[in-house]
Ligand binder design. Sequence first.
Ligand SMILES: *Cc1c(COP(=O)(O)O)cnc(C)c1O
Ligand SMILES: [Zn+2]
Length: 405
Amino acid sequence: MSEEYKVKCIRCGACFSKEDVVYTCRKCGGLLDINYDYSGIDIERVVEAIGEGVWKYRVLLPFAEDIKPITIKEGNTPLYKCGRLAKSIGVDELWVKHEGMNPSGSFKDRGMTVGVTKAIELGVKGVACASTGNTSASLAIFAAKAGIPSYVLLPKGKVALGKVAQAMMHGAKVISLRGNFDDALRIVRVLCEEEKLYLLNSVNPYRLEGQKTIAFEIAEKLKWKVPDRVILPVGNAGNISAIFKGFLELKTVGITGSIPKMTGIQAEGAKPVVNAFKEGRGEIIPEDKPETIASAIRIGNPVNAAKALHAIRDSGGVAESVTDDEITKAQLELARQEGIGVEPASAASIAGLKKLVKMGEIEREEKIVCITTGHLLKDPERVIEICEAPKEVDADVDLIRKMVK
Ligand SMILES: *Cc1c(COP(=O)(O)O)cnc(C)c1O
Ligand SMILES: [Zn+2]
């Protein structure tokens, strides 16, 4: 259906053919975006679409009608109404969309189903990415499903255990790099130019096309009425850009009437987007030594910063940072008040909400959706650090009876 689209530079407007393997503009180095002819989109085919998950919205995806997607039934994640947490934070209506419920345990699956389907269409020999963990887990799974080799570069000793386990188990060639994520991305980008591997980091605009379906699902679950605000963690800044694009498309084709205030949360030790936002800059100043317990957003030079800053400003949103302690506290509250188990980075959205309410930036009456990006089980080591250890006892019922009083 949406075979007619352009791959267009957001900075200079240069267009590239869809057969072209290109990640950033060859003329100016700017980020690329997938542009559709929105006048040709049949609204009914979005609103009345049957099925579930990412491919339900194929009318707004960059493929021919008869495409055979590489899919593991990603998307269609739950949107929980969180009354207890809303009350304790001091807002009227809070929803949490738990992207940790995707098959691999993070939202990266939405981008990968589209990205790897595109890779197969292009006929590439293999796929590659740099990763703080979840991208590599997801890529390994989709490459396995597609039957092509995958190569992943991980910063040594800085990836949560569950994520490395997935990449290894699903057969990726895992390379442990002495360096941080930003080093890994720089190197894999060179590698992909030289080795004819297809790059599947979020600089690849096809990934964002899959991730924008988060916006479609939120709008649909809320009966095509968009919330006032969407809050999410920001690392490489692809997801916030993608979700904004999704909401913008719904408005452009005339399904919805407004766009939520896109609100990006970074960790205190890795907040180049927050700094750029607060200082009114359109470009970030990269940070050399990003540091936070939230490994998924431990990124000093986010590749999609320009798109993210547009998304935040054009929607009237904000960017704010939170400390590791605030992240941990929010992670525990989500788990214990709402039964939602998330990895640390995901809890940044809730920590950010709490901070912005306290600051008076968010009003009580707003209808808010927080995105929790990854599952608790991704990072079991962190759980052991922050929770009380189980008490060891002898097999004596009297002893145990005393303990449960
Ligand atoms: C990838 C990831 C993020 C960051 O998303 P970006 O698109 O890079 O901003 C946040 N949380 C989790 C769990 C992730 O896997
Ligand atoms: Zn350009």
